[in-house]
Design a binder for this molecule. Structure first.
Ligand SMILES: Cc1cc2nc3c(=O)[nH]c(=O)nc-3n(C[C@H](O)[C@H](O)[C@H](O)COP(=O)(O)OP(=O)(O)OC[C@H]3O[C@@H](n4cnc5c(N)ncnc54)[C@H](O)[C@@H]3O)c2cc1C
Length: 390
């Protein structure tokens, strides 16, 4: 095992670290940060900076305008990007666009890549992913999918309701999961300016870092040309795995960066702030919290790097990415919660970076599979004796 970063990757890591510190962190106080993510104007300005630094869409192939990084290199790059909540937006690697780009690159037809992936990778447009539905529809259990797609001549007519659709407001196109008349799940690509695609409202959620927030979407007789099926008919659940395995790991990478930021801020505070005649950090109760943070950061990074390696070997990494998702989301949560505690009252003041990370991070234990669902599927594989699928 060689944990040393190749020289080129190490240089890229330093470049992204500098870019975030010098170009992006100054925007964290920008009033154009709203309850539903950075405004479109702020996003455009951030993306322009990422473009000028030649750092956009690191995970996309060079053919489609990205840097073509493999998963292990992404682990390093995305952690640096996540150091600011605005970093992934500036570098065009925020969810859901990042996962959508990955999925499209793997399964989309050439004409769909040209039409949607190319401008998406260039940061010119945004996208959304419509899978989760209100009760009684799909959530943790995707097989409860209610949205239907019925063939009508050269089109499919899609009806249903989705929610928690990140970035729906302002997205140029959507990937929509629907079931055919025979029950097979299929993904469709649709522009969002069609009459049947209605963003009913933006949801009022704890997090504030995703452009466009999270929408409730009504699909009301949405007519999609039959040629705009993403990949192949009936492969919806398979493609969901293609998207989710790497996507949940990239979430881990970005949130690791955010947790490291919180830890750095808390460490700095514990050095400077005094109580009972000495720096906070020299009280064992605080020092141990910093030590536990360090241990959690380290174990989270190792889990990510290992799963990235499994993905780079060409495996789907379903088992490893599930384990990493649970380990990293819970480790990051513990880290940031300790940082809140170390900062005292400031830790819960929304004007501080740590409080913002705390609020934004909470949902990560729920989306891309709640911890309980991952533990449940890990246990099923353990009992069956299957550790890793091809
Ligand atoms: C901030 C945010 C962004 C999101 N973005 C998107 C998006 O862009 N597109 C999209 O399609 N979806 C998105 N989602 C939805 C997300 O994927 C779902 O919230 C998630 O899959 C859980 O589904 P649910 O909310 O319906 O919870 P439910 O299915 O109702 O489950 C509720 C809880 O029940 C428990 N549970 C469920 N099953 C089991 C089990 N087998 N064993 C033990 N416990 C269990 C878990 O604790 C779970 O949290 C987003 C969610 C959030 C919070």
């Amino acid at each position: 095992m060689n944990f040393e970063l190749p020289e080129e990757l190490s240089a890229l890591q330093q470049k992204v670290r500098r870019f975030i510190a010098e170009e992006i962190i100054p925007f964290e106080r920008d009033p154009r940060r709203t309850a539903h993510g950075p405004s479109e104007a702020l996003r455009a300005e951030l993306i322009a900076k990422g473009r000028a630094a030649e750092l956009l869409s690191a995970h996309v192939s060079k053919e489609f305008g990205g840097l073509g990084l493999e998963h292990r290199a992404k682990a390093v790059f995305f952690e640096e990007a996540g150091y600011s909540l605005l970093g992934p937006v500036a570098l065009n690697i925020a969810a859901p666009d990042e996962g959508n780009m990955h999925l499209m690159e793997v399964v989309a037809r050439p004409e769909h890549k040209e039409r949607w992936l190319r401008p998406l990778a260039a940061g010119k447009i945004r996208s959304c992913f419509c899978m989760t539905e209100p009760t009684p529809g799909a959530g943790s259990d995707p097989s409860m999918l209610q949205t239907t797609a019925v063939r009508d001549g050269d089109h499919y007519v899609i009806d249903g309701r989705k929610w928690f659709t990140t970035g729906a407001d302002g997205a140029a196109f959507a990937i929509i999961m629907a079931k055919l008349e025979d029950g097979r799940a299929t993904m469709f690509l649709s522009d969002t300016d069609r009459p049947g695609f209605v963003v009913e409202r933006a949801m009022d959620t704890l997090d504030t870092c995703f452009p466009g927030g999270h929408g409730v979407v009504r699909l009301d007789k949405l007519r999609v040309p039959a040629t705009d099926i993403l990949g192949e008919l009936g492969e919806g659940f398979k493609y969901a795995q293609v998207r989710l395995s790497p996507a949940r790991l990239t979430h881990c990478m970005r949130w690791l960066g955010a947790a490291r930021r919180a830890h750095d801020i808390a460490t700095d505070y514990a050095r400077r702030r005094h109580a009972f005649g000495r720096p906070l950090g020299s009280h064992e109760g605080v020092g141990f919290m910093l030590a536990d943070n360090e241990i959690d950061l380290h174990s989270a990074r190792l889990a990510i790097w290992h799963t990235a390696w499994v993905l780079d070997q060409g495996h789907l990494a379903i088992h490893d990415s599930s384990m990493s998702k649970v380990l990293v989301s819970e480790a990051c949560w513990r880290i940031v919660d300790r940082c809140v505690q170390i900062l005292g009252g400031q830790g819960v003041a929304r004007e501080t970076t740590v409080a913002q990370i705390f609020a934004d991070l909470r949902a990560f234990r729920i989306y891309d599979g709640p911890s309980e669902v991952h533990r449940w599927s890990i246990a099923k594989r353990v009992l069956k004796g299957i550790a890793r699928e091809a």
